[in-house]
Ligand binder design. Sequence first.
Ligand SMILES: [Zn+2]
Length: 319
Amino acid sequence: MAQSLRCTGCVPPGFVVIEATDAGLAVQITVRSTAAFSPCPVCGGHSFRVHSQYQRLLLDLPLAGRNVHLHLQARRFHCDVPTCRRRIFAERFDPDVLKPWAQRTARLDDVVHHLGLALGGRPAGQLARHLMVPITKDTPLRTMRRHGRPAFLPPSAIGIDDWAWRRNQRYGTLICDLDRHRTIALLPNREPASAEEWLLDQPQIAIVARDRSGAYAQAASNALPHAVRVADRWHLMENASHAFLDAVHKPMRQIRAAIGAATVDPALLTAAERIQYEGYLRREETNGAILALAKEGVAIKEIVRRTVNRHGIRTPYRG
Ligand SMILES: [Zn+2]
């Protein structure tokens, strides 16, 4: 038996139509969720206690050749679970219907994704506009990237360190999943507050490997007081290397004499060590020249005149 088409049958499942108005080229449909509760995004507990309401504007599949604008009356809920750190949260919906922060329903997003896969970025954007799907030319590419991105798996052991946008000027924070050997987050700065905010959303983390500086240590101890904090292998090696060089730097002359090495073979050095070694040789040569001139009784001003070039760089005196 034929049934008449109900307006609620046109909107995504789980929503009920409050009002539908004809706005010329678009249809505006005001909807709300049929659910009496919403799960807390942090603890997963169901909350029935509504805090307030707000409106989300969404695009949905076109209807009879016209754009569909959904005005969703969403709610904020209290989380009453005593152990949960989130007190108020925005209403969550079935992710197959509407994802958090999405501006399009999942079914429209799926259409954009498949258009992008079939036609590529810009042709898909052009065809979408003919199909009454108002998106920009970059939307199909962004949608494909988002769909192609592997799902975020909550890490249990992470490494955290800074990385340079521009060396000595601007730094961000890099977070790696140590079990999966994968970078999982890039934060725009290296402020402890930013790292702490990210860590707060990952209470399952049991191990934090970090550098020896206090900033990330403080962030990790505030956000994850139960987690084990360890120095990572790279920083341990770097610290050991610094300690070793400090220990051998001062008695280097005696060490060379003891092992009978009067000269260093540059072929055995790394590029950075070779530059350092060449600088050392230049300094030794200049010092020798200065001492020889001083022994001859040349005045200090004259020694400076002979050994410093016009750029203020001390150069070996060659007589
Ligand atoms: Zn909660």
